[in-house]
Design a protein around this ligand. Structure first.
Ligand code: ADP
Ligand code: MG
Length: 668
């Protein structure tokens, strides 16, 4: 951009940006970079069209304000001259007579108020010359600064086709300086943002919107000012310039495709298409004249405030022109044209290449894959990211303008995955919590039991010993002998319970030794009483039967589980022990065809003292003990059961998974 002050023309108000990518989509030159989820205008690439300031529904795109700078100019001794763009009737529709508007501008303190439209009159004559003396090489109009920046930045090889003619604004500045002094300060007032960066020949440039703000700040209104006419030179048909095709009308150039070779295009999509076509016309001698406006006519410029329709704005401008031409002093106008015909209206255009090299296909495909586009059908080209195609988006990512997350389908997919992962870890967390609760419960029970067991052990020993001594002293037939027998029996039972409690409360330590699990399982059957109606089956599918276990403790595990299984099959059944292994783990499954465990009991089976067995038979310490020992082996215990005959045959299986080497625990 040629803005002498190198100021950023358009920028983002970060707090307001909701990252909808509308600005990315609407920016004709992709000058908006999304970085860390924030839209940022790249000044280097921006052509100042201001389209983003119009389309952003959040007001997050704003343009450089120059009204303060103009206020400063107005305070200087030599007052600045205002040159007003011909689109003003489309903006100030509420001011019926333009003389009021001129009066208001004067009231701000301007020395003179002139019409840019006279510059347009002069410039139009130059364009007419180009068209009339056309050697068939075509040309691109250079009156719209955003278009000029576009060609200079993005189609540098077309710069040579740009008409070497100043814009109406710059032409008018030169005319005003000739008329009112070459040191005059000049402020342009118009609908355009790009004008702020167009030329060093203009001191400041404000939009109509900024002009309105200056009016309100100073309390200037149409009824409070002296109406007055624009200062000379008075404009003619140039006033029609700001509507699209205005240049042609001002210059009396026919747009008839048979006689003239003019293509008119305006608006961000059309002008780019026209340039692309122009570029593709193979032979330079086939080229057309392009009359291009970035906005859909200057009357639709971003510096306008009114939301009026394009048709209404067009009407306002043409009504103003028609009214003016009704009593127009053509002679005076022609004299003025003559007077300023010596003013140099030429303008050179430099190449200012701002293109970013397009990456290679390999690189593009890599990025496409990273956003989940592997095949042609994955390219949805939905445009949600702001780019027309997935390929364009990928290129922009490589160029540092865009981010992967802008791809909506990709982000949704990622979100789905995260939700799934979250669900999974929630589930794991719930299981871990459950296990933690269980072991906390067991730990506190363990402490209590250890205390009680320790305290009871000695008195129990005394009771047993003294009852036995007493028993020996009393004849067998004596009823007291029987009573004593009962005491001895019950004391023995107490000792068994206390022993169980001590086992359960054992500290977290295991004494591991390599053991052949098949032999170990076989020997475990000698610890239980096997009724005749129960069949025992050992199934083994094991590669390596050796594992590191604490044989004493593991024997208690097996005998408890086997005993429970047998007790669950009072009417007989099958007790199957299956063995399987992996390099890391050994799995022992103890399956019975017994009663099964009801849903409500499932909650409690590992809780100490929970038993469904009649008093004297069950202690409810078996499974907590099993659980504790398996955990000490860093293994896990699973339980499947069915207690409802309507759901199939009943029975229970306990599945123990033990790490073979007990290093870091079992592995899934
Ligand atoms: P106990 O055997 O002394 O009752 P356990 O802790 O060994 O204590 O078992 C607790 C309860 O779990 C048992 O009372 C029984 O209800 C249930 N249970 C354990 N194993 C089985 C099984 N194989 N089949 C059915 N129920 C079982
Ligand atoms: Mg038991």
């Amino acid at each position: 951009m040629s803005h002498s002050k190198h100021q950023q023309l358009v920028y983002t108000v970060k707090d307001r940006c909701r990252v909808c990518y509308t600005c990315v989509r609407e920016c004709p030159v992709k000058a908006i970079r999304i970085i860390n989820g924030q839209a940022e205008v790249i000044n280097e690439r921006c052509i100042g069209c201001g389209n983003c300031t119009i389309v952003c529904s959040q007001g997050a795109k704003v343009y450089l304000r120059s009204d303060d700078a103009v206020d400063h100019l107005l305070m200087e001794i030599q007052k600045p001259i205002a040159i007003v763009a011909p689109s003003f009737p489309a903006e100030f529709t509420e001011i019926k007579d333009h003389k009021n508007l001129v009066g208001m501008i004067r009231a701000l303190g301007f020395r003179h108020v002139c019409e840019v439209a006279f510059g347009a009159d002069m410039v139009a004559r130059e364009y007419k010359k180009i068209h009339e003396n056309d050697p068939g090489e075509g040309s691109i109009s250079s009156d719209c600064p955003a278009i000029a920046f576009y060609i200079q930045h993005y189609h540098p090889h077309l710069v040579k086709f740009m008409a070497p003619i100043a814009s109406p604004m710059v032409a008018m500045a030169r005319i005003v300086r000739k008329k009112y002094g070459k040191n005059s300060t000049i402020v342009f007032i118009g609908p355009c943002i790009a004008k702020k960066a167009e030329s060093d020949e203009i001191d400041e440039s404000i939009t109509f919107s900024e002009l309105r703000d200056m009016y309100s700040a100073k309390g200037i209104s149409p009824d409070k000012v002296m109406p007055s006419e624009f200062d000379p030179p008075a404009a003619g048909k140039g006033s029609i310039f700001p509507v699209s095709r205005g240049l042609l009308q001002t210059a009396n150039i026919s747009e008839d495709i048979l006689t003239e070779n003019v293509i008119v295009a305006s608006g961000r999509i059309n002008f780019r298409e026209a340039v692309r076509e122009f570029e593709n016309e193979k032979n330079d001698h086939d080229k057309h004249h392009l009359e291009l406006l970035c906005c859909r006519g200057c009357i639709m410029g971003p510096g306008m405030t009114q939301k009026a329709s394009r048709y209404n704005r067009r009407m306002s401008v043409s009504q103003f022109v028609r009214k003016k031409l009704e009593n127009f002093d053509f002679e005076a106008w022609e004299e003025a044209i003559e007077e300023f015909s010596t003013v140099d209206l030429t303008q050179n255009h430099d190449v200012k290449d701002r293109r970013i090299p397009t990456p290679g296909n390999g690189e593009i495909n890599k990025v496409l894959q990273a956003i989940g586009k592997f095949e042609h059908k994955d390219h949805l080209n939905c445009g949600a990211c702001g780019y027309d195609t997935c390929r364009d988006h990928a290129i922009a990512i490589i160029q540092g303008l865009a981010e992967n997350e802008m791809c909506l389908p990709y982000s949704i997919e990622k979100l789905h995955q995260s939700v799934m992962e979250l669900n999974e870890s929630n589930l794991k967390l719930a299981t871990a919590q459950q296990a933690l609760r269980q072991s906390e419960k067991l730990a506190s029970m363990g402490q209590l039991s250890a205390g009680i067991a320790h305290e009871l052990n000695n008195p129990l020993g005394v009771i047993t010993m003294y009852s036995n001594i007493l028993k020996e002293e009393i004849a067998e037939g004596d009823p007291i002998h029987q009573d004593l027998n009962l005491i001895v029996e019950q004391a023995a039972r107490c000792k068994k319970i206390v022993g169980g409690l001590l086992n359960f409360a054992r500290k977290n330590q295991v004494n591991l030794s390599p053991t052949n699990i098949i032999d170990f399982i076989k020997s475990s059957f000698s610890t239980i009483l096997k009724p005749a109606n129960i069949e025992i089956i050992i199934e083994q599918n094991i590669q390596n039967p050796v594992a590191q276990i604490d044989t004493d403790q593991m024997m208690q595990v097996l005998s408890n589980l086997e005993k429970n299984a047998v007790e669950a099959m009072p009417d007989g059944g099958k007790l199957t022990i299956s063995l399987s292994d992996s390099p890391e783990n050994i799995t022992i499954e103890i399956v019975d065809t017994g009663t099964g465990i009801s849903n409500e009991n499932m909650e409690h089976v590992f809780t100490p003292f929970f038993t469904t067995k009649e008093t004297g038979k069950g202690t409810g310490l078996g499974l907590p003990l099993v659980y504790g020992i398996v955990k000490m082996h860093k293994g896990k215990i699973d339980l499947k059961t069915n207690a409802d005959p309507s759901q199939g045959s009943t029975g229970t299986s306990f599945i123990l998974t033990l790490p073979r080497n007990n290093g870091s625990g079992f592995r899934e």
